[in-house]
Design a protein around this ligand. Sequence first.
Ligand SMILES: Nc1ncnc2c1ncn2[C@@H]1O[C@H](COP(=O)(O)OP(=O)(O)OP(=O)(O)O)[C@@H](O)[C@H]1O
Length: 311
Amino acid sequence: MTTETPSLSDLEAQATRARPAFGEHAHILCDNLVRIYKTEGVEVVALQGLDLLVEKGELIAVVGASGSGKSTLLNVLSGLDVPTAGVSRVAGMDLLSMKPKDRLRYRREVVGFIWQQTARNLLPYLNGQENVTLPMRLAGKRASQSRAAELLELLGVPHCATRRPGEMSGGEQQRVAIAVALANSPEVILADEPTGELDSDNSEEVFAALRGANRELGVTAVIVTHDDLVSEQVDRTVGIRDGRTSSETLRRESGDGGLIAEEYAVLDRVGRLQLPRDFINALNMERRVRLELERDHIGVWPEASGGGEDE
Ligand SMILES: Nc1ncnc2c1ncn2[C@@H]1O[C@H](COP(=O)(O)OP(=O)(O)OP(=O)(O)O)[C@@H](O)[C@H]1O
């Protein structure tokens, strides 16, 4: 057997083969996303190296304390805002380098958006049907009455076709708003607190409508929420803390038909993870911790303790 010294190009090819690009096949990719706001000379770092991958057809909830960066993330994904640094790609479109013309098309046809404020989603002087056909006309397409009727039917609000928003309940308005967001067959829908203004019955119906759209149409859905009813029913909940994804809860059915929820800390690409605040507080951890590599886990001890002396 001959052992030839590999050339530089061989090594380069090998390195590319061994390490597929981060999130190469993801439908939504955020890689080390940074968004810094500057107001009156003061800098606020709203996103500080956020990583997120969402597969095509997934429905995820994003949760986090007020000010953690959830709305900033949605604004970036919706094409309304441009991040300061990092990589963000949705349905193959690069959100940082997109030209204004592509950005407009992206916002009209690739993503659909549902806001928390019911009044912000619909035009008050148009009925349900007209609200749903409006985005089609804005995108220069024919206003398909049959598609609008199908969407209103899918979302369980066919009776809202002839009603104006003022004649609908808050939950009905939000379900019509989902139909509006779906009008141009987007690849992704983004919802910022879609049930925030609703009581629990209406919240349930709106979430069921979102989930129905996700399942029936295969549209990828990202829902920012404080509503436990929503975050506890999705397969994956992503927690954001201080502008970074810090935890993920995965849910799956157990053998007996129940639901198992497992919480994970997110390990970023350079090996950083955020320990849950309550774990840190419980053990009075500060500044430094001791780490010990075990056969199948890593031990983490407060600095002062005799870490590693597992009995
Ligand atoms: N346009 C802006 N100019 C300056 N700072 C901003 C701007 N938008 C957001 N921020 C700041 O960025 C940080 C993240 O805000 P963001 O609205 O994304 O948080 P959030 O998690 O959505 O909060 P909430 O749950 O209260 O809506 C906050 O410190 C906020 O004050």
